[in-house]
Write a protein of this length. Structure first.
Length: 140
C-alpha cells in the first residue's frame, strides 16, 4: 500500500534549492495549515552583479511571512536594525513599489524577493555609511 507523501509547495522547494546552492543557510519553515507560512534563514556572502562588496551579508538572519493570498513580508530578524530607510510601519522591508511589481502565484520568493533583499541590505549599509540611498526611491 502506497503512502501519500507531503510534496512541499513550490516556494519551499525553491528556497531549499537556494540553500543547496549556498545562497542561504539554515533554512526552516513553519506552516499552520491555513495557508500561512513563515520562513527563516541566514544569508551567505555574495557578490552583487559579479562584484565583491564590503557588505557582510552572512550576519543577517531573514524572516519572511507569507500568506497565500497576500504579498510576502520580509524582515531582518538579526541583527535588529533600529534606524532604516525604506521600511513599512511593521518593520518589513520595502523591496519594490507596488505599482512596479504585483505579487501573484507566478512570482517567487526565492528568485524575486531574496535577490532584492540582498540589494536592500547593500543599499542600507551604504546609506548608514554615506547618508545616501543608492537604490531606486519612491515616496512612502
Amino acid at each position: 500500500m502506497g503512502r501519500n507523501r507531503f510534496k512541499p509547495p513550490l516556494q519551499i522547494r525553491a528556497l531549499r534549492a537556494l540553500e543547496e546552492k549556498g545562497y542561504i543557510k539554515e533554512f526552516c519553515f513553519k506552516y499552520d495549515f491555513t495557508g500561512n507560512y513563515e520562513f527563516s534563514f541566514w544569508l551567505t556572502q555574495q557578490k552583487i552583479e559579479g562584484e565583491e562588496v564590503a557588505t557582510d551579508f552572512s550576519k543577517y538572519k531573514i524572516r519572511i511571512k507569507y500568506k497565500k493570498t497576500l504579498a510576502p513580508k520580509v524582515f531582518v530578524e538579526d541583527p535588529i536594525i533600529v534606524k532604516a530607510k525604506h521600511r513599512y510601519g511593521d518593520y518589513s522591508l520595502c523591496l519594490y513599489h507596488p505599482n512596479d511589481f504585483k505579487w501573484g502565484d507566478d512570482k517567487s520568493i526565492a528568485f524575486n524577493l531574496i535577490p532584492w533583499t540582498y540589494m536592500w541590505l547593500f543599499y542600507h549599509e551604504m546609506w548608514v555609511k554615506t547618508g545616501k540611498w543608492y537604490g531606486e526611491e519612491y515616496q512612502h
